[in-house]
Design a protein around this ligand. Structure first.
Ligand SMILES: *[C@@H]1O[C@H](CO)[C@@H](O)[C@H](O)[C@H]1NC(C)=O
Ligand SMILES: *[C@@H]1O[C@H](CO)[C@@H](O)[C@H](O)[C@H]1NC(C)=O
Ligand SMILES: *[C@@H]1O[C@H](CO)[C@@H](O)[C@H](O)[C@H]1NC(C)=O
Ligand SMILES: *[C@@H]1O[C@H](CO)[C@@H](O)[C@H](O)[C@H]1NC(C)=O
Ligand SMILES: *[C@@H]1O[C@H](CO)[C@@H](O)[C@H](O)[C@H]1NC(C)=O
Ligand SMILES: *[C@@H]1O[C@H](CO)[C@@H](O)[C@H](O)[C@H]1NC(C)=O
Ligand SMILES: *[C@@H]1O[C@H](CO)[C@@H](O)[C@H](O)[C@H]1NC(C)=O
Length: 404
């Protein structure tokens, strides 16, 4: 079993059973995607004309009948708004003087308002550091916490300088405004954002399958001096609940495939019943820029819970959602006291996808299919897969289990 509460390392401890292999094969049949195959994607930094720069990055992904707007910003803590509309003509409107005022309500809008089908937000509120020297694996938090870094009190680069239209990417790079110990003298925390005109998979692990309906975030902590010899890091993420509940965190079994060797899970956060918005990630982070099995660390996620009181305000969330106040938050923690860690190279990276519609589902790679065909014989495999598809096809979504 690879249950979340068990001794899960996420990396190489458990193997999928033959039945799981076959059921995954069955669910590898093409899904009726509600999104669009390709989109015209454009990136634009919307300047406020102020110093220090106020970063607002607008990713607009236009399809035949819909437009997705991703608005990434470091006005306040790093945050992203995701707005899906049912027209190719919707537009973002920013009123900077309102957005930067103490009452930013209405400072960001997507027009026409009645074209909005889905909207939500993620806010990256705090970076945690724990002393992992003397902790066992199961403990939560994973060691004594050092004072956290509030990401609302970071200063960030000018996003315009890192905007790359060729790769549809941009990087927000920041360090604490107030850093008396000089921990970030040679270091930074970076949020690299990338959009995609179609589906595919990056060359670097964890090689998350993306589509034109998704946007990828890679968080990297590089070169910052840790406060202990065995520091573990964590990230607090806030989001908006839909209605009375927090978004659901789920764990999907995945297959040991050439795309993500030995990672058997895909974790996701769903804002509602599908299709809605989702966040998806593999429970793995890396301790070297050369990512591979040797540098893989487990990433644990705690389910979201209501947490309005202590969270720093995000002006862009307030500007778009106005008086919305049911914030939920969850923690991600990276690494364990044994195995590779941040201490190896003062490097930590983790990736996720944010999108709308049906989350991308890994199919078996041609290599693995080839091996299975060779092992089982093609006719037997086709018969088995066909039978299982009939049996399991309708259960595809009910196979998901909540993480908690
Ligand atoms: C950010 O960089 C762009 C391009 O280099 C420049 O035009 C702009 O003035 C900069 N903004 C600030 C606030 O420095
Ligand atoms: C877009 O809308 C038109 C007309 O409603 C429809 O015929 C077409 O199939 C839609 N295209 C997509 C990609 O959904
Ligand atoms: C921006 O908001 C302010 C305050 O509500 C308002 O006075 C101003 O006209 C708005 N600017 C634009 C361009 O809409
Ligand atoms: C580790 O924890 C145990 C039990 O809490 C304690 O006895 C031991 O001294 C600790 N070791 C270090 C190096 O802190
Ligand atoms: C930062 O880098 C410089 C030059 O490499 C080095 O002298 C200094 O000790 C480093 N500072 C920290 C806090 O690591
Ligand atoms: C870190 O390791 C060094 C050498 O092993 C040791 O002298 C030092 O006390 C350790 N520091 C902490 C904070 O544990
Ligand atoms: C995340 O972990 C820190 C440190 O253990 C804790 O103070 C904080 O409340 C946690 N946040 C959430 C949303 O659970």
């Amino acid at each position: 079993m690879c249950g979340r509460e068990g001794p899960r390392r996420g990396w190489g401890r458990c193997a999928p059973s033959p039945l799981l292999l076959l059921s995954l094969l069955a669910s590898a049949a093409p899904l009726a995607l509600l999104g669009e195959e390709t989109r015209q994607v454009s990136l634009e930094a919307i300047p406020a004309g102020l110093d220090p720069p106020q970063n607002l990055l607008h990713i607009r992904a236009v399809g035949a009948n819909s437009t997705l707007h991703y608005v990434w910003s470091t006005v306040g803590p790093p945050a992203v708004l995701l707005v899906a509309t049912n027209t190719p003509h919707s537009a973002l409107s920013v009123n900077w003087s309102l957005l930067l005022s103490p009452e930013p309500d209405g400072g960001l809008t997507v027009l026409p308002k009645d074209s909005i089908q889905f909207s939500s937000a993620l806010v990256f509120t705090r970076l945690f550091e724990f002393d992992g020297a003397n902790t066992s694996e199961a403990t939560q938090p994973p060691g004594d916490p050092y004072p956290p870094y509030s990401l609302a009190k970071f200063s960030w680069n000018n996003i315009t300088d890192s905007l790359d239209p060729a790769t549809l990417s941009a990087t927000f790079r920041g360090h604490p405004t107030d850093d008396p110990a000089g921990a970030f003298a040679n270091g930074s925390l970076a949020f690299r954002v990338q959009a995609f005109p179609g589906s595919g998979r990056p060359a670097q692990p964890p090689r998350l399958l993306h589509s034109a309906d998704t946007c990828q975030l890679e968080v990297a902590l590089v070169g910052a001096s840790p406060r202990g010899n065995r520091s573990l890091f964590g990230l607090e993420v806030a989001t908006l609940g839909q209605g009375p509940a927090c978004p659901l965190m789920q764990e999907q079994r995945s297959i040991d495939d050439e795309y993500a060797p030995a990672v058997f899970q895909l974790d996701q956060l769903l804002w509602g019943s599908l299709p809605s918005g989702f966040v998806q990630w593999r429970p793995v982070a890396f301790s070297q820029s050369q990512r591979g099995r040797e540098s893989a660390l487990p990433c644990r996620a705690a389910p979201p819970h209501f947490a309005s009181a202590h969270l720093p305000q995000s002006p862009i969330v307030r500007a778009f959602f106005e008086s919305h106040n049911n914030f939920c938050a969850f923690n991600l923690t990276f690494g364990a006291s044994t195995g590779p860690g941040y201490w190896d190279a003062h490097y930590l990276s983790w990736s996720m996808l944010l999108g709308v519609g049906t989350p991308p589902v890994d199919a078996l790679s041609p290599l693995v299919l080839g091996i299975m065909v060779a092992a089982l014989g093609a006719p037997g495999l086709v018969l088995l897969a066909g039978g299982l598809f009939l049996l399991l096809g309708h259960r595809r979504w009910s196979e998901y289990q909540p993480i908690n």
